[in-house]
Design a protein around this ligand. Structure first.
Ligand code: SAM
Length: 274
């Protein structure tokens, strides 16, 4: 058979989730390109599979991508795996797939679990329409621009986050989007799997009291429908008053939240309140 690339989905926690087809693909290939070869070696050892591993990650993807394509053009069958879940979803795999497509190398897939889909299905949040936002940037500016672009997004939004950045991310989501329903899906398919369905403000309070542990997917409710959202300045001021009374927000916090939910200016609401 001529050279080709197969994307193989691997478990996001529970090794029993590796499918028979995935095992066959790993056994049948000439090499496995992996984000972190140590992580993939543990998986291969567990299933008694021996294959040459090639590291392919963010900082070597350009040069390695070329090398791997040359090997596949010469007839080798490559497999691409991620540390966990589906390759190309929030990992450098998408570049290798694009390169293969540009060079006419056939690409196939043995699909497997993915944290984004597992979390959404478990959350009970509206799943008919959703957007996957991946990781928020660490650069303050692009993070702010990204979040601001989501203020009016009506679909359920899904983010990936590392535990040590979770609290800051929840706080930024709250500051930009207001208090929305949120589901925090952690340690999916592992012993300590847990899905917490709450609001952004309560989630922030929770993780002030305890440090987040494990891997998280954050699922945030979309913007309220226009007809439910306050649209006039008067409505926005009334909402801010309710927020001050019900949630004990300061004038400034209430004005900010009411502004994000209504599209009215925070300064106009603030002026009416004082
Ligand atoms: N390619 C993977 C996929 O298909 O889901 C995602 C890779 S991304 C680099 C890693 C992120 O996925 C983590 O920071 C976390 O947000 C999420 N993740 C992966 N495994 C998870 C799990 N078992 N439980 C919750 N989140 C998980």
């Amino acid at each position: 058979m001529s050279g080709r690339l197969t994307l193989v989905g691997t478990p996001i926690g529970n090794l029993s989730d590796l499918s028979d087809r995935a095992k066959e693909a790993l056994e049948a290939c000439d090499f496995i390109a992996a984000e972190d070869t140590r992580v993939t070696l543990r998986l291969l050892n567990h299933f008694g599979i021996k294959k040459p591993l090639v590291s392919y990650f963010e900082h070597n993807k350009r040069e390695k991508g070329e090398q791997l394509c040359r090997r596949m053009e010469q007839g080798e069958h490559g497999v691409l795996v991620s540390d966990a879940g589906m390759p190309a979803i929030s990992d450098p795999g998408e570049d290798l797939v694009r390169l293969c497509r540009e060079r006419g190398i056939p690409v196939g897939c043995v699909p497997g679990p993915s944290a984004v889909i597992t979390a959404l299905a478990l959350s009970g949040m509206p799943a008919g329409r959703f957007t996957f936002e991946g990781f928020l940037s660490v650069s303050k500016r692009s993070r702010r621009e990204h979040l601001e672009s989501l203020v009016k997004e009506p679909r359920t939004m899904i983010f990936y986050e590392a535990p040590h950045k979770l609290h800051a991310t929840l706080a930024d989501l709250y500051a930009t989007l207001g208090d929305r329903p949120v589901a925090l899906a952690r340690e999916l398919t592992k012993i300590h799997e847990e899905v917490i369905v709450t609001t952004l403000s309560e989630a922030i309070a929770r993780y002030e009291a305890e440090a987040p542990r494990g891997e998280f997917v954050v699922i945030v409710g979309g913007a309220p429908k226009e007809e439910d959202a306050p649209s006039t300045l008067e409505d926005a001021v009334a909402l801010a008053r309710t927020l001050m009374e019900d949630e004990g927000l300061s004038v400034s916090e209430a004005a900010k939240r009411a502004a994000s939910q209504s599209g009215q200016k925070k300064s106009d609401i603030y002026r009416q309140l004082v």
